[in-house]
Design a protein around this ligand. Structure first.
Ligand code: GTP
Length: 345
């Protein structure tokens, strides 16, 4: 992979304020891949990552690279609603540290509206004094985004996918390896219909030149106020699509890889329209490697630490299997039963 040098080594600081980027994009678009790409870059920046994950059984901590950078988890709700207080607390705590970070990355869940997260930087006096919002970076999955952008939600319910594109300062058109030229052009037309001003950058594996996204001072409050005039109104309500839920399962034991492959392939082939996202960390029978499962709608893959994906099991670490499904009409019992059937007896 290309390593990118960030020449602006002050992290695009505004005075003493630390620049922050909000990384957003629908489920499975490539946000964690982008975080890993940034952490691997030779940019000389001391970066903190704040992660928010949807669902009660977290696996994202296992998917972010082992790194010297500090990663903070916020898994008690959605960043744009209930955990905004947690975000403010983490940011305020970090600003009081003696060793300061050069840049903060905030990865939202794929179902978050970035606007209330961005609002945090303008309504809290301590945060305003310590941080500047550098850019909202939206990762778009070219292969899957159109049905999500087109979806008509019930009255009053937000289309988070549209909000994520609308508020973006930088849009990564990711997974261009999965689409034809015509499909990509259709995504560009759709995205441009929602946001005419953001810079659009085509990527695979979220591999973007970091000079184009970090320390860029791209967030423009005036533009956002044109998109949403009550952006600074902290009393403003936003309603999520509650038909999208998650089922998280944690199981001890070892799994049979052929059984698991068959179960997941069949499940996603038949239910992959409703199951938007699935992911997991797995203990496979007969293998000492830690396996990672990734699914976005019907596309899925299982890879292992032996192949260089994720880290291996640590000495003494409990080899638990954790899997998460996010989507509509999920049947917990059926999913638990299916997953359990993949255990080696
Ligand atoms: N083919 C292809 N796959 C990609 C690309 N970028 C990311 N992926 C894969 O897409 C899957 C989801 O990527 P993540 O980075 O975990 O996506 P995410 O947006 O963090 O997902 P959530 O946090 O669950 O919303 C993984 O299997 C990635 O390896 C790409 O450009 N092309």
């Amino acid at each position: 992979m290309d390593f990118c040098e960030v020449t602006n080594t002050d992290g695009g600081s505004n005075g003493d304020r630390t620049p922050c980027s909000i990384l957003t994009g629908f489920l499975g678009a490539g946000k964690t891949t982008l975080v890993n790409h940034i952490l691997k870059g030779r940019h000389g920046l001391k970066i903190a990552v704040i992660e928010n994950e949807f669902g009660e059984v977290g696996v994202d901590d296992a998917l972010v690279l082992e790194t010297e950078e500090e990663v903070f988890e916020m898994n008690n709700g959605c960043i744009c609603c209930t955990v905004r207080g947690d975000l403010m607390r983490i940011l305020n705590k970090l600003s009081k540290r003696e060793t300061k970070f050069d840049h903060i990355l905030i990865e939202t869940t794929g179902l978050a509206d970035p606007a209330p997260v961005a609002q945090t930087f303008f309504v809290d006096e301590d945060i305003k004094a310590s941080y500047s919002l550098d850019a909202i970076i939206t990762v778009v999955d070219c292969a899957h985004v159109i049905p999500h952008l087109d979806e008509v939600k019930p009255e009053g319910v937000e289309n988070e996918s549209v909000e994520q594109v609308a508020f973006a300062d930088k849009i990564l058109l990711n997974k261009i390896d999965l689409v034809t030229q015509e499909e990509k052009d259709a995504v560009i037309v759709k995205v441009r219909g929602i946001n005419k001003l953001a810079e659009v950058i085509e990527t695979t594996q979220s591999a973007v030149d970091l000079n184009r996204i970090l320390g860029v001072k791209a967030f423009d409050l005036d533009r956002v106020l044109q998109v949403e005039e009550d952006f600074l109104d902290t009393e403003g309500e936003h309603e999520h699509d509650n038909s999208v839920t998650s089922v998280g399962i944690a199981l001890p034991g070892a799994l049979s890889l052929p059984k698991l492959n068959l179960w997941l392939t069949t499940l996603l082939q038949t239910r992959g329209t409703d199951i938007f996202r699935s992911k997991g960390v797995l203990n496979i029978s007969g293998s000492d490697s830690r396996h990672v499962f990734q699914g976005v709608h019907m596309l899925m893959g299982i890879s292992s630490s032996e192949e260089g994906v994720g880290r291996g099991w640590k000495e003494g670490e409990e080899r638990e299997n954790r899997i998460v499904f996010i989507g509509r009409n999920l049947n917990r019992e059926e999913l638990v039963e299916g997953f359990k059937n993949c255990l080696v007896q």
